[in-house]
Design a protein around this ligand. Sequence first.
Ligand SMILES: [Zn+2]
Ligand SMILES: [Zn+2]
Length: 129
Amino acid sequence: MDRDQRRQLHSALLVAAPWLAATELGPQAVDAGRCDACDERPRLLPTCGTAGAAALCRDCAFAAGDDGWCSGHRDDGREARRWAAALPDRWADIVLLWWIATGEVRVSSADQIAREGLPVDVLALLPPP
Ligand SMILES: [Zn+2]
Ligand SMILES: [Zn+2]
């Protein structure tokens, strides 16, 4: 994918998944990469809890609960988890695609993503598997 194709993917993702536009939560708020707790799913929420994790995936943020945030940020943490709870089931794939679009993650990472069920406008822009 060249720069232009990545830009197109970026736009298509914002239309298909407007929640990506958030800058204090979601993939724009954390360093691209896997969750600090499970090292499996993508990072989604910045955290500041006593456990020392910097960013967690949705499941791990739910599992951490209030402990994922310091006492001064408990309310922010609850709001972050509410926000995350409303995301579609494919959130992890969409986050990975977002980082591909921004150039933070290699295009080849798209090979791990099941194509079925992705928004058609997004699917059309992905390189063939
Ligand atoms: Zn996790
Ligand atoms: Zn805090």
